[in-house]
Design a binder for this molecule. Structure first.
Ligand SMILES: [Zn+2]
Length: 260
């Protein structure tokens, strides 16, 4: 089994394990009959299938491979001897920094919000939401991550490992899991927990314009967008023009000018 197959299976195992925990232990009472419906899951997994076809992890590794195969020794790690674990940490810090600002931009640009609101339109939040992203988002997220990857000059296996950790963190943040408050507080000093990310899916704009981070809570803490309030369980968007559980409606919803 090659390394990429192993990492893909590890991610699938992580997704399934968290889904089992959601169903067996912590699923919340539904606020409406449509939450968690089959149509919603078909929509979410429809977007997942598109992302798998386009590929979310390979592009960054391909960029790193292309740079090295063309003899381009660019990036910090090509010129300074740094042990690979330190390069991995640096790559994670760099990629999450880029992802934070790309995500924040998608909330503040009216045009990009039309694309990103597809993710927020989900009327429940669980592991199936984690890969419900309109494919046009890749036009923002991949260049941002690629710039950081090239600037750091990490080896291909480090880029693949970093991207895998970030996808695993994205699945984790969307999991419908309620941690004991003390554990949640302790973890959230370093990482984004499902509770903090659930606030990012709140219908109120003043709340969903917070907790933009992936994996680390550092960037929200540093740039003043961390929200830790409790008792705000609602998720989704008010005044939706496109049917949130309808895959084709959601694919073409960036053409609709208002909402959310
Ligand atoms: Zn968002």
């Amino acid at each position: 089994m090659n390394r990429d197959t192993f990492l893909s299976l590890a991610l699938l195992g992580w997704f399934v394990a968290l889904a089992i925990v959601e169903v067996a232990v912590t699923r919340r009472p539904r606020h409406s009959s449509t939450e968690g419906s089959d149509a919603r899951l078909v929509t979410n997994f429809g977007f997942t299938a598109i992302l798998l076809i386009v590929g979310t992890v390979p592009p960054l590794a391909n960029i790193a491979a292309a740079a090295s195969s063309h003899g381009l020794h660019i990036g910090l790690a090509s010129h300074v001897p740094i042990p690979w674990p330190a390069i991995l940490v640096l790559t994670l810090v760099g990629q999450t920094f880029a992802a934070y600002w790309a995500h924040r931009w998608m909330h503040h640009s009216r045009m990009l919000w039309r694309i990103h609101r597809v993710h927020h339109a989900d009327r429940a939040v669980d592991v199936s939401t984690s890969l419900r992203n309109h494919p046009l988002e890749l036009l923002v997220s991949v260049p941002a991550a690629a710039l950081v990857t090239l600037a750091i000059g990490a080896p291909i296996f480090v880029v693949t490992a970093s991207s895998t950790i970030i996808v695993a963190a994205t699945i984790w943040e969307h999991a419908e899991i309620s941690l004991p408050p003390r554990i949640d507080r302790a973890l959230s000093t370093l990482i984004l927990t499902p509770r903090l990310h659930r606030l990012h899916h709140n219908p109120e704009r003043i709340i969903h314009d917070t907790n933009f981070g992936t994996l680390f809570s550092l960037w929200d803490r540093l740039f003043g967008t961390l929200c830790v309030i409790r008792d705000r369980e609602e998720v989704g968007l008010d005044h939706q023009l496109a049917r949130p559980d309808h895959f084709i409606d959601q694919i073409r919803s960036p053409l609709l000018s208002i909402g959310g």
